[in-house]
Design a protein around this ligand. Structure first.
Ligand SMILES: [Zn+2]
Length: 339
């Protein structure tokens, strides 16, 4: 979460029409097995690595961030997940010139990282699941580990991708394609996702939804009694479909308290504008942001892994997975019915 700074289808369908009619449609109505493959133990293993001191706080363009990026790629590769076919690698280079153009920072070249699972029926329609993997680096010799911000979302993406890959191996791959998008430069002003929005890999008209995860491993002061909640932000801003999908899958599978407090347009925190989904929403793409709220360790060196509540992280990751599963597999993409 960034600081509030003062500021293909038809043709493909037609050609495969006859076979589609005779073939039995794959039934993807029950994701439970794959949802349950998302575990606290796996999230913990990943997060102890991603938020380790050796990643040096993952400052945009730093060697520590690149090291964390290599770990993410190693996990995709291990699970048989590749980068999008239309890309040359797992990386979208974000040039220093772009990163420094607005504020005159002195950041090095950095990279967004993407991984891709192709849809079985509507491969040209893309669901994005995003989280930023940069954080604020080292200050006065202290490593800012960013375990919650946004190590939590980063490892959530790894687990969600693995669950989809498992489903695909069993013949239950997603009907739409899924792009796992690890944004860089978020802490400097949503720069990686901004770069993507100016240089998208897939046309925005075929980008169905963005599910963005930024800080889901802790609880805030308003929820001292229970961590069984998540703030849901933005789901209904562009699409009432997306909002009903979120509540329906939560009712069915995860049963977390969905807190809409920060979804209020008049909320002074303006969280809707403060993470990477905003660069998708700006282009009319239905977007939802999962968030645990801020806490005393927000953007401090004390945002460390030992403070992560892995039961909450697991449930929220499972919710994000359920939303992605539903959006990827349902008959119709979420309709944009609001301005
Ligand atoms: Zn942040």
């Amino acid at each position: 979460m960034r600081n509030l700074i003062p500021i293909l289808a038809i043709a493909a369908a037609m050609t495969s029409c006859s076979s589609v009619k005779t073939q039995k449609q794959v039934d993807n109505s029950n994701p439970t097995k794959y949802l349950n493959s998302i575990t606290a133990a796996d999230l913990k293993t990943h997060l102890y690595i991603v938020a380790n001191d050796s990643m040096e706080g993952r400052e945009t363009g730093s060697e520590g961030q690149k090291k964390a990026g290599r770990y993410l790629i190693s996990q995709y590769t291990k699970n048989g997940i590749s980068f999008p076919k239309v890309a040359e690698s797992f990386y979208q280079k974000v040039p220093a010139a772009f990163l420094n153009r607005r504020k005159g920072d002195n950041l090095n070249d950095s990279e967004n990282i993407w991984a891709f699972i192709e849809g079985s029926e509507k491969p040209e329609e893309v669901v994005v699941v995003s989280a930023h993997y940069d954080h604020v680096g080292v200050k006065n010799g202290d490593v800012y580990n960013g375990a919650d911000d946004d190590g939590s979302g980063t490892v959530a993406l790894l687990e969600i991708a693995e669950a989809f890959a498992k489903a695909k191996k069993d013949g239950h791959g997603p009907k739409r394609s899924i792009l796992f998008f690890h944004a860089t430069g978020e802490e400097h002003g949503l720069l990686g996702s901004s770069y993507y929005s100016e240089n998208p890999l897939f046309p925005f008209e075929n980008t169905v939804t963005d599910i963005n995860i930024d800080m889901i491993g802790r609880r805030d002061a308003a929820h001292e009694a229970s961590n069984n909640y998540v703030y849901l932000i933005g789901a209904d801003r562009l699409s009432s479909d997306l909002d009903s999908i979120c509540t329906a899958v939560n009712d069915k599978y995860t049963k977390i308290d969905l807190d809409y407090k920060f979804n209020d347009k008049n909320d002074p925190n303006h969280f809707y504008e403060r993470s990477d989904h905003y660069n998708f929403a700006k282009h009319g793409i239905p977007s939802v942001f999962l968030f645990n709220g801020v806490h005393a360790d927000y953007h401090r060196k004390t945002d460390t892994v030992d403070k992560i509540e892995f039961d909450a992280l697991t449930k929220r990751t499972q919710l994000a997975f359920s939303i992605a599963w539903e959006v990827a597999n349902r008959e119709n993409r979420p309709v944009v019915d609001k301005k």
